[in-house]
Design a protein around this ligand. Structure first.
Ligand code: DGT
Ligand code: CA
Ligand code: CA
Ligand code: ZN
Length: 580
C-alpha cells in the first residue's frame, strides 16, 4: 500500500457514491480525504497501518477507520462492495467530457453500456439519441468527446511527470560512465502535455548506459535497446527514449532533441545561410558534407547559438514563434524565474473545499519563504465546494486581520474566488467586495453558453472595480475538457482597459490562461498573477509549473504581479483600478 493508491481508493469511492446519487457532502469528504492523504507531512501510510490516525485534522471517524483497514489489510470492504455494484469498464466513461454520474447511470441502466467501447457502439447505432434526456445533439457531442479522448490517450500532463523525470535524471547522473545528462523534447520545453520523455546522456560507453537504462526500477517493458539508443515503457504507460552520445556531440544533440521540430527547421535554415548544415552531431559544410577545419569546438548550447549569431534561446521559447528573429536582434526577454516570486494569490482553505486551515496554509507559505499569501475561498454559489456566504466570508476576513497581527515579515491578504454569475454580475454585492483586500473572479458553471455571450459575461465581471484578477480564463481541464468558448483577444483587450490582472493558474490540469496568449497580453500591458489554486499545503509547492508556463509565454519579472513585495502589493491593491 502506498500513498497514491490510498488516495485513489478514496477518489474512487467518491465517484461510486456519486454514481449512486449519495449526498454531496459525504462525497466531498472522500475527495478531501484523498487530497489530505496526498499532502500529509508525515508517513501517513505507516501511521494508518499502525492504526494511529487518531486526531489528525481533516480525517473524521468514518474515514479514519477506513484508512486503518486499507493500510493494514491492503483492501477495504466498503470500497469492494461499492465496486462490485458496477461493471469495471464503467469507470472509463467518466473520462469522457460531459458524462457525469447521472448520465453514466442512465446509459448503464437503459442501454446496458458497460464500457467505452459499448458507448461508442451505442452512439454509432443511434441508440443514445433515442434515449430520453439525451437526443441527437448529445449523441454527437459524446461521439466528438470520445474522438477527443482517443487523441489525448497517450499524452501526459507535464505536472504529473516532473517527479519521474527528476528521479530518472538523478539515476542517470549517478552512472559511473555518464558525464552529462539532460531531459530534452517537449518536457524540457515545458509544454503543458508530453507524449514521451526524451533523455540524453554523454558517455564513452553508450551501449552499457543504454542497457542499464532498460533496467531502471520505473521500467515496465523494453521497447528497444541498441548501441546508442533505447526506448522503454514505464509502469504508467509513459514511453521514455534515451540517446547516448559523446561529450563533443552532446550540445548538438541537446539542441536537436530539445526541438521543437519547427524551431529546428528554422535554426537549420539559418545555418544554411552560412553554408553550414546542422544536425544532431555537429556542423558540416553544406556542399561537401565535410566538417570544416575552421569550426571551433562548441562546448554548450549557448556557444552554438552564439556561433549562429544568436542570443541564447531558453528551451521554453523554442517553438518557432519569433524567438530566432528576436535572438538575432538581441531582443529576447529576460525570463521570469521562480526565485522572483514573493507571494501568491488564489488559495483555498478548509472554509470551502481545501484540506488545510488558514493557519496551516500561512505556515506553509512562510516555510516556502513567501512574504505573503492571498486566501480566496469559493463564494456561496459554488455549493458543491462549500462556498462561503457573506457572513462566513466576513468572519474569515476578521480572522485574517487578527492573524496578521501575530506575523512578523509575513502577511495574509483576504480575498474571495467569487463566482461570475450568468449575466456577468458577481456572487457578492459591491459593499461586501469592498471589505476584501482583493478578489479573483471565476466562471464555475454554464460552460456551454455561446462564445460571444461568455466573453460578454467575463468582460462585464472585469469591469467591476473590485475584481482584481480573472481566475482560470477558459476553465479547461487538460486531456479532459476543452475550455469554454471565449474570445481570448477580446478578454485581453478588456483586461488592459479595465486594468484587471489575468491569472496564470498553476494547477497541472489547468495552466490557464494558456501560454500561447501571454505575449500578447504582456504587450498590451496586462499583468499576470501566478496562482497555484492550492487546495492544500502541497498545492503551494506547484508554483514552479506556473513559472515554466509563464516563461513559455515570454513573461518577464516585471510582467508578473506576485514578483512585487508585500508593501508594493498593498499599495497596488489600494489603488483604484482606473489609476493603476
Ligand atoms: P512530444 O514527445 O510529442 O511531446 O514532443 P517532442 O517535441 O518531445 O517530440 P519527439 O519526442 O518526437 O522528438 C523530440 C525532439 O527531437 C523534437 O522536439 C525535435 C527532434 N526531432 C524528432 N524528430 C525530428 C524530425 O523529424 N525533424 C527534426 N527537425 N527534429 C526532430
Ligand atoms: Ca518527446
Ligand atoms: Ca521521443
Ligand atoms: Zn476556481
Amino acid at each position: 500500500m502506498d500513498r497514491e493508491t490510498m488516495a485513489r481508493v478514496l477518489e474512487e469511492i467518491a465517484l461510486l457514491l456519486e454514481l449512486k446519487g449519495e449526498n454531496p457532502f459525504k462525497i466531498r469528504a472522500y475527495r478531501q480525504g484523498a487530497e489530505m492523504v496526498r499532502s500529509h507531512d508525515g508517513d501517513i501510510v505507516a501511521m494508518a497501518a499502525a492504526g494511529e490516525l487518531e486526531g489528525i485534522k481533516g480525517i473524521g471517524e468514518a474515514l479514519r477507520d477506513k484508512l486503518h483497514e486499507l493500510a493494514a489489510t491492503g483492501a477495504l470492504k466498503f470500497h469492494e462492495d461499492l465496486r462490485a455494484g458496477f461493471p469495471p469498464g464503467l469507470f472509463e466513461l467518466f473520462e469522457i467530457e460531459g458524462l457525469g454520474p447521472k448520465k453514466v447511470k442512465a446509459l448503464h441502466d437503459s442501454l446496458g453500456v458497460k464500457s467505452l467501447a459499448d458507448l461508442k457502439a451505442a452512439c454509432e447505432s443511434g441508440k443514445v439519441a433515442a434515449l430520453s434526456g439525451f437526443g441527437a445533439k448529445t449523441q454527437t457531442k459524446i461521439l466528438e468527446a470520445i474522438a477527443r479522448h482517443e487523441t489525448f490517450a497517450g499524452r501526459f500532463l507535464l505536472g504529473d511527470v516532473c517527479g519521474l523525470v527528476d528521479g530518472i535524471l538523478e539515476t542517470l547522473r549517478s552512472h559511473p560512465a555518464v558525464s552529462q545528462v539532460s531531459v530534452a523534447g517537449s518536457c524540457r520545453r515545458s509544454l503543458e502535455t508530453v507524449h514521451d520523455l526524451d533523455f540524453l546522456v554523454a558517455t564513452r560507453e553508450p551501449a552499457v548506459v543504454c542497457k542499464d537504462f532498460t533496467t531502471l526500477p520505473e521500467v515496465a517493458s523494453v521497447i528497444a535497446c541498441g548501441e546508442t539508443k533505447a526506448s522503454v515503457r514505464l509502469g504508467n504507460g509513459l514511453q521514455c527514449d534515451l540517446r547516448a552520445v559523446s561529450n563533443d556531440q552532446f550540445p548538438y544533440a541537446l539542441v536537436y532533441f530539445t526541438g521543437s521540430k519547427e524551431h529546428n527547421v528554422a535554426l537549420r535554415s539559418l545555418a544554411l545561410k552560412k553554408g553550414l548544415s546542422l544536425n544532431e552531431y555537429g556542423f558540416t559544410d553544406a556542399k561537401t558534407g565535410e566538417v570544416p577545419a575552421d569550426i571551433p569546438g562548441l562546448e554548450d548550447e549557448r556557444a552554438i547559438h552564439r556561433f549562429l549569431g544568436l542570443q541564447y534561446i531558453e528551451p521554453e521559447l523554442r517553438e518557432n514563434r519569433g524567438e530566432i528573429e528576436a535572438a538575432a536582434e538581441n531582443s529576447l526577454p529576460r525570463l521570469l524565474q521562480l526565485s522572483h516570486l514573493c507571494g501568491t494569490f488564489h488559495n483555498h482553505t478548509t472554509e470551502s473545499d481545501g484540506v488545510n486551515t488558514l493557519q496551516e496554509m500561512a505556515a506553509e507559505a512562510m516555510e516556502l519563504g513567501l512574504d505573503y499569501l492571498g486566501i480566496s475561498d469559493h463564494s456561496k454559489s459554488t455549493v458543491i465546494a462549500n462556498g462561503l456566504n457573506e457572513q462566513r466570508l466576513l468572519a474569515q476576513v476578521a480572522e485574517i486581520r487578527e492573524l496578521n497581527q501575530t506575523f512578523a515579515g509575513f502577511r495574509l491578504f483576504a480575498g474571495s474566488e467569487v463566482d461570475i454569475l450568468k449575466d456577468g454580475s458577481l456572487d457578492f454585492a459591491d459593499d461586501i467586495l469592498a471589505q476584501l483586500d482583493y478578489c479573483v473572479a471565476s466562471v464555475h458553471n454554464l460552460f456551454h453558453m455561446p462564445g460571444e455571450e461568455m466573453t460578454r459575461r467575463i468582460c462585464r465581471a472585469m469591469e467591476n472595480e473590485h475584481v482584481t484578477m480573472l481566475g482560470h480564463l477558459t476553465g479547461r481541464l487538460l486531456l479532459k475538457r476543452d475550455g469554454y468558448a471565449v474570445n481570448h483577444a477580446a478578454v485581453i483587450d478588456c483586461a488592459a482597459e479595465t486594468r484587471t490582472v489575468i491569472e496564470l493558474n498553476c494547477n497541472a490540469q489547468r495552466l490557464d490562461m494558456d501560454w500561447r496568449w501571454w505575449r500578447r497580453a504582456r504587450d498590451k500591458g496586462v499583468l499576470c498573477s501566478i496562482n497555484p489554486d492550492a487546495h492544500s499545503t502541497d498545492g503551494l509547492h506547484r508554483l514552479d509549473l506556473g513559472v515554466r508556463a509563464a516563461r513559455k509565454g515570454w513573461l518577464r519579472k516585471e510582467d508578473v504581479l506576485n514578483t512585487r513585495s508585500a508593501a508594493e502589493i498593498e499599495k497596488f491593491l489600494k489603488t483604484p483600478k482606473v489609476k493603476r
